[in-house]
Design a protein around this ligand. Structure first.
Ligand code: PLP
Length: 389
């Protein structure tokens, strides 16, 4: 008996697979440098830990409501007011097991089989497979002008009668590009005119550099929350260094949120109450860790950009935010998978092939580790690719 078509179509997440590879190599004692990861290395905030420990000590760790505990919803409502300048109600909020699950249940609630979801390329590795998981068709759109900044006219050309949703991720994984306010205003307006759902994946919105500030798509809609088809997705994973806690959320009109909660209720129930409590601790607690992470990442970015600039043949796009840099290595090797494998085999440096994000010839290099790892990793890459430099 063979497995389902879905099982045959969906591959393992390449970034999670790379983490496993790094762990196996390290266990063998190999001096691997992991520049492929997607998580900050700082500690989770003490307020988050204490909040979860208090609940654990109570010995009462029960099922949570499918859409999240009221206390967490309250914190998310406050967060939405602060960063998105919108007053929303508990019915407009769902807490999920990571932003990943929030996006997944949103796609399940929005898309029918064969309908299309558009997202700019390069894109986060999970979007295409998430679309396929609901039987929908992923439509990546690479900007025609060769930049990492999407243009409405490129997207507009790909919109058809089957287009049901657009996902925008800014600042972007893998490029670190933060899209302009003008673009966000245009895409909000366009989706409203065409009745298309707009999912804003804002998971990196506070990790921005050079004086940039988070952008709120709600600032550009003329509609009320209930009339709008805008869905804001966010979470604690990146900004609070809480990737393993698996808490994310979405804010949108109550009909959509209710549909998402119904689906989530049958899939996983509400996220673990213990971890929701930790997220409450992070959101209500002292916020200095977010700024100190942001400053560290900006400094790491500067070091990485400097190092790469001394590298003949590599084209660097300076990231506006996140902890990723997406560089063009095609002068050395056009097949990014081959190049990434070569760097692992030759000098034990892990990077993610651009192919996985929809653009070959590039490598995604993460700078969420230590400066020492960044410097040594790039030194080794230089030695592997430019032995005479
Ligand atoms: N969205 C983007 C663009 C990401 O890069 C990631 C994680 O790598 C996620 C969502 C998932 O975040 P979470 O850990 O909250 O599921």
């Amino acid at each position: 008996m063979s497995l389902s078509l879905i099982a045959k179509t969906i591959k393992a997440s390449p970034t999670l697979a790379l983490n496993e590879k790094a762990a196996i190599l390290r266990e063998k004692g190999d001096p691997v440098i992991h520049l492929g990861g997607g998580e900050p290395k700082s500690r989770a905030p003490m307020d988050a830990i204490l909040s979860a420990v208090n609940m654990l000590n109570s010995g009462e760790v029960r099922y949570a409501p499918a859409d999240g505990i009221p206390e967490l919803k309250k914190s998310i409502i406050r967060y939405t007011e602060e960063f998105y300048h919108r007053k929303v109600n508990p019915e407009n909020v769902i807490a999920s097991s990571g932003a990943k699950q929030a996006i997944m249940v949103a796609l399940q609630a929005i898309l029918n089989p064969q309908e299309e979801v558009i997202f700019p390329a390069p894109y986060w590795v999970s979007y295409p497979d998430m679309a396929r998981l609901v039987g929908a068709i992923p439509v990546p759109v690479l900007p025609e002008d060769g930049t990492f900044y999407p243009r409405l006219k490129d997207i507009e050309m790909r919109v058809g009668s089957y287009t049901k949703a657009i996902i925008i991720n800014s600042p972007n994984n893998p490029t670190g590009a933060m899209y302009s306010e003008e673009f966000i205003a245009d895409i909000v307006d366009f989706c409203e005119r065409r009745g298309i759902y707009l999912i804003m994946d804002d998971i990196y919105h506070r990790l921005v550099f050079d004086g940039r500030k988070p952008i709120s798509a709600y600032d550009y809609t003329k509609k009320s929350v209930e009339e709008s088809k805008l869905l804001i997705v966010n979470g604690v994973s990146k900004q609070y260094a809480m990737t393993g806690f698996r808490i994310g959320w979405a804010v949108g009109n109550k009909k959509l949120i209710e549909a998402m909660a119904n689906i989530q209720g049958h899939q996983t129930s509400g996220p673990s109450v213990l971890l929701q409590k930790a997220a409450v601790g992070a959101l209500n607690g002292i916020q200095s860790s977010v700024e100190s992470l942001r400053v560290t990442l900006e400094n790491n970015r500067n070091v990485l950009v400097d190092q790469l600039r001394s590298f003949d043949g590599v084209k660097v796009h300076v990231p506006d935010g996140t902890f990723y840099l997406f560089a063009d290595f095609s002068a050395y090797e056009k097949d990014s998978q081959k190049l990434s494998n070569y760097l692992i085999d030759k000098v034990m440096v892990l990077t993610v092939p651009g192919k996985e994000f929809g653009l070959d010839g590039h490598l995604r290099i993460s700078y969420c580790g230590t400066i020492k790892d960044i410097e040594e990793g790039i030194e080794r890459m230089k030695w592997a690719l430019d032995p005479n430099s």
